[in-house]
Design a protein around this ligand. Structure first.
Ligand code: SAH
Ligand code: SF4
Ligand code: F3S
Length: 482
């Protein structure tokens, strides 16, 4: 047997669910003695945690895999693993497209990774570990095959040591006609609130200040235990009680399940961010019907009115798909109108990408030319950016409370780490999830500060820290004493 090093390289694409899964995989491998490296060329274990939501995301991974073909020849001891949504979707097909891959591990088998890597290294046999396809068993059998993953946590893999994701639901049952997620993530299952609370407490003990609850349709959360039904609002109330936690968020919301009890919980629980991501996908009823989204624009409008009444200061963001099957110019105009009407804080805009295995792929021709998709995408983005900038400008002169996440990207790029040389550029977010950058000492990371806003772009507010004492006119300490 050839010897191998313990260096692990992992690349993660896709949504927050994948970022969380990568954290869990790395935590398990660290326990086995693996060490993370950023240099793929040094690693004898290379993992890709993949996404299938659009074709582009898959291409990216297959080209990265292609580049490894030669390095694998030089490093026969290397184990290459494809994990996550594309693994579940493509299964053995991964080996056809990338013959040097050793293991293919679906979203429900991530807990088996340490064993699968060891076995592949010794036997040099390929292995596939995936869940049942949705029609391959009863609902209970299929759900069971997307087993839950024991939450060993790994602080080093988080976006910042003060922020963490917590999964509250697996899978999705909505079956929007364009979407692969119900196939790649399996049936919708809510996690036990006792486990969720335990995980949140562990995270807060590790220093986490902000928890983001994750689910594909997070507000569909429902768990019945001892005759009591837990809704997302009940869970938010229970998690809010954890001392030391400063903020609580949840994504992604499904418009039809945006109930009043949830909006009231967000209003009444001071730790809840005043921020809701509720994708509309289109402004046209005909498109929504073809997408099988389960609501009309009138219903979405009613939901927005309820949000605005209960949470007048909340920011709402959305996702849109442009160029879906049969999208006319008039339908596209209706999506633009929706952005104008609701002035979303931001919108993620995607060009429709037909996905094998979905209803739209089988039943509806992808009839909008790429060039038209591109133009519509551009038009939506420009409109949304103009609105985001206008609404951000309304913050100029105001003071907002910011949870400091750490250094800004610019400061990191410039390599500004030496606080003794003066303040560096920090970044954090407001209660309504706006990104704020300002000068300050990096030790403020993980704390709440008040920042007075002086300038903005469509995506960012810029300002200066103001101390509360100063604001209220209380005496300031002399700099010499400070
Ligand atoms: N569960 C979430 C998000 C799922 S995927 C929700 O229901 O909102 C994230 C976004 O990707 C979706 O909101 C949708 O806008 C986009 N998306 C999903 N499938 C797509 C496809 N086939 N082509 C283009 N965009 C897609
Ligand atoms: Fe996909 Fe629709 Fe489920 Fe979101 S709700 S994950 S878009 S099927
Ligand atoms: Fe992609 Fe899977 Fe998330 S398909 S968007 S990584 S659930």
């Amino acid at each position: 047997m050839t010897t191998h090093n313990n260096k692990l390289f992992i690349e993660t694409v896709g949504c927050q669910m994948n970022m969380l899964d990568s954290e869990l995989v790395v935590a398990a491998l660290r326990q086995q003695g693996y060490e993370l490296t950023e240099a793929i060329a040094d690693a004898d274990t290379v993992l890709f945690n993949t996404c299938s939501v659009r074709e582009h995301a898959e291409h990216k991974i297959y080209s990265a895999l292609g580049r490894l073909k030669f390095s694998k020849r030089a490093r026969p001891q290397q184990v290459i693993g494809v994990l996550g949504c594309m693994a579940q979707k493509d299964q053995e097909l991964v080996f056809q497209k990338a013959p040097h891959v050793d293991i293919v591990v679906g979203t429900g088998q991530l807990a088996e990774i340490p064993r699968l890597i060891d076995e592949a290294r010794v036997s040099r046999q390929r292995a596939v570990a995936v869940s049942l396809n949705r029609r391959e068993g009863t609902r209970t059998e299929v759900s069971g095959s997307f087993q839950s993953y024991d939450p060993l946590r790994e602080p080093a893999m988080r976006p910042s040591p003060y922020q963490a994701f917590v999964r509250i639901m697996f899978g999705c049952d909505k079956f929007c006609t364009y979407c692969v997620v119900p196939m790649t993530r399996g049936p919708e299952q809510s996690r036990n609130p006792t486990d969720i609370l335990k995980e949140c407490r562990v995270l807060v003990d590790q220093g986490v200040k902000e928890v983001t609850l994750l689910g594909q349709t997070v507000n569909s959360f429902r768990f019945v235990e001892d005759g009591r039904t837990w809704r997302l609002s009940d869970l938010l109330a229970a998690i809010s009680e954890i001392d030391g936690l400063l903020r609580l968020k949840f994504v992604t919301n499904y418009p039809r399940d945006m109930t009043d009890d949830l909006l009231q919980a967000v209003r009444d629980l001071p730790k809840c961010a005043q921020y809701l991501h509720v994708p509309a996908q289109s402004g046209c009823d005909e498109m929504l019907k073809r997408m099988k989204r389960g609501y009309t624009i009138a219903q979405y409008r009613d939901m927005m009115a309820r949000i605005q009444t209960t949470l007048p200061n909340a920011a709402v963001s959305s996702d849109f798909i442009v160029g879906f099957c049969g999208e006319t110019d008039a339908a596209h105009q209706l999506s633009l109108d929706l952005i104008r009407e609701f002035r979303f804080k931001n919108s993620f805009i995607f060009k429709y990408s037909p996905r094998p295995g979905t209803k739209a792929f089988d039943m509806m021709p992808d009839d909008i030319p790429e060039e038209v998709k591109r133009q519509r995408n551009q038009e939506m983005l420009e409109l949304q950016n103009a609105i985001s900038e206008e609404d951000n400008a309304a913050f100029i002169g105001r003071t907002v409370e910011v949870l400091v996440e750490g250094m800004s990207k610019t400061a990191e790029k410039r390599g500004e780490t030496d606080a003794t040389a003066g303040p560096v550029q920090l970044m954090g977010r407001s209660m309504c999830d706006r990104i704020i950058v300002f000068p300050g000492n990096p030790r403020l990371a993980g704390t709440l500060v008040d920042v007075q806003i002086a300038d903005c772009t469509p995506t960012t507010l810029m300002g200066e820290i103001v101390t509360r004492e100063y604001q209220h006119g209380a005496s300031m300490l002399l700099p010499i004493l400070a």
